[in-house]
Design a protein around this ligand. Structure first.
Ligand SMILES: Cc1cc2nc3c(=O)[nH]c(=O)nc-3n(C[C@H](O)[C@H](O)[C@H](O)COP(=O)(O)O)c2cc1C
Length: 382
């Protein structure tokens, strides 16, 4: 609960108390490769959420994954504020040229006003939520369970589509396999993956970010192989022997063994839409956590479909571009209803165990600053 003094006399001191409380919950959000690309600053009444450009992914398309994480983080803030009796107005910020190249890109401004009775049932699931990568297809999520998750979609322009037909799941799994193969075949993506992979718990604790190998729920021999293939020279040899293709087949099998696939799509590939889509993903994920359903994002599908929308990327070989074309055509064939929109995120849903270890987050001190002036030169739209 927020102290009564905070609600009755919102002096600057009190806003920062609330902002710190909100940011502490927001930073528990998921992010692609656990890069945690957010920074918070308290600016008078407003809490500004910015994208930390040093933490964005080179492989991303239109900053889609980075902004999905920011959206998830904003939704955590809104939920925890509501739970404490505050309603939040979220304005997405349009960055003017003057700040467009600075280290931080302001993305959202949050303002809080006293609301009715405190409480949000999703708040209790913010801390326990995690990525559950091991799951089985049976028993599949029930229609009532899927409907409860769909009820979390609250923003116009964001759509959640369920894929429950086994043949369609199998066809999309093949496309996910292609995407994962490309990730391990391409030198730049290999570097990015290993830059963000923490091979030991000590490394994960040191940086407090990145993918802790122990959280990935991989069999022991796969962990050994991944450690051995850190150097591109070795990965290249392994790929010549079919390693990346085997990763693709494994991702395909894994995806085919999902109880259902969720597809979050938006009308337009804009920053505002991606933040809204990220907020939606987080609400669905929290509701899945409440229902003890395992949820596992599979970014390879939306990302490489995104590459399919862009001019050919020089980092990709001809055969990789062909795989992407196959992904685009395959997706249009299987889900023409979603293919006309921008697929922002795909995720597996099913039943499975919790990971043995939880992924680490940076501390509030690392990501939050009091009393930053509102960044100059930006315009707002709601
Ligand atoms: C936008 C986004 C994309 C993600 N893509 C993947 C993915 O492709 N594969 C995967 O295993 N996990 C993926 N994740 C899960 C993150 O790796 C995970 O959220 C992060 O490591 C923090 O761990 P936690 O979710 O257990 O807290 C993604 C998460 C987000 C928010």
């Amino acid at each position: 609960m927020v102290p009564a003094a905070v609600r009755d006399a919102p002096a600057q001191q009190d806003w920062t108390t609330l902002h710190r409380q909100v940011a502490a919950a927001a930073l528990l959000a998921p992010s692609a490769e656990n890069t945690q690309p957010w920074r918070f600053s308290s600016a008078g009444r407003r809490l500004i959420v910015s994208l930390d450009r040093a933490r964005t992914l080179d492989s991303d398309v239109d900053m889609m994954l980075d902004l999905t994480g920011i959206g998830a983080c904003v939704e955590n803030a809104v939920i925890v504020a509501r739970n404490a009796g505050w309603e939040t107005t979220v304005q997405t910020l349009e960055t003017a040229d003057s700040v467009a190249t600075s280290a931080l890109r302001p993305v959202a401004a949050l303002e809080f006003s006293p609301a009715g009775p405190a409480g949000d049932p999703l708040a209790a699931h913010i801390a326990p939520r995690c990525t559950r990568r091991r799951m089985t297809a049976t028993p599949p999520p029930t229609a009532a369970e899927l409907a409860a998750l769909s009820a979390q979609v609250r923003v116009p322009g964001v759509t959640l589509t369920w894929v429950t037909d086994r043949r369609e799941i199998g066809a999309l799994a093949k496309l996910v396999g292609h995407g994962n193969r490309i990730r391990f075949e391409c030198r730049e993506f290999h570097r990015e993956f290993y830059d963000n992979l923490r091979l030991t718990p000590a490394a994960a604790q040191r940086t407090r970010d990145g993918l802790d190998l122990a959280t990935l729920q991989l069999p022991g021999h796969v962990r050994v192989v991944l450690r051995a293939l850190r150097r591109w020279s070795r990965m290249r040899i392994a790929n010549a022997c079919g390693f990346a293709a085997a990763v693709g087949r494994q991702a395909r099998r894994e995806t085919a063994a999902s109880g259902a696939l969720g597809l979050i799509s938006v009308d337009q590939p804009t920053a505002e839409a991606f933040v809204a889509g990220g907020r939606t993903l987080q609400r669905v994920w929290l509701a899945a956590t409440a229902a003890d359903l395992a949820l596992h994002p599979v970014a390879a599908l939306p990302v490489f479909l995104g590459y399919g929308r862009r001019p050919a990327d020089p980092r990709l070989s001809r055969s990789q571009r062909r795989l992407i074309e196959e992904m685009v055509r395959g997706f249009e064939r299987v889900r023409p209803d979603v293919a006309g929109r921008t697929l922002q995120m795909a995720f597996r849903l099913g039943r499975g165990p919790l990971p043995p270890v939880r992924s680490v987050r940076r501390t509030l001190t690392d990501v939050y600053q009091d009393q930053q002036p509102t960044p100059a030169g930006q315009e707002q739209h709601s």
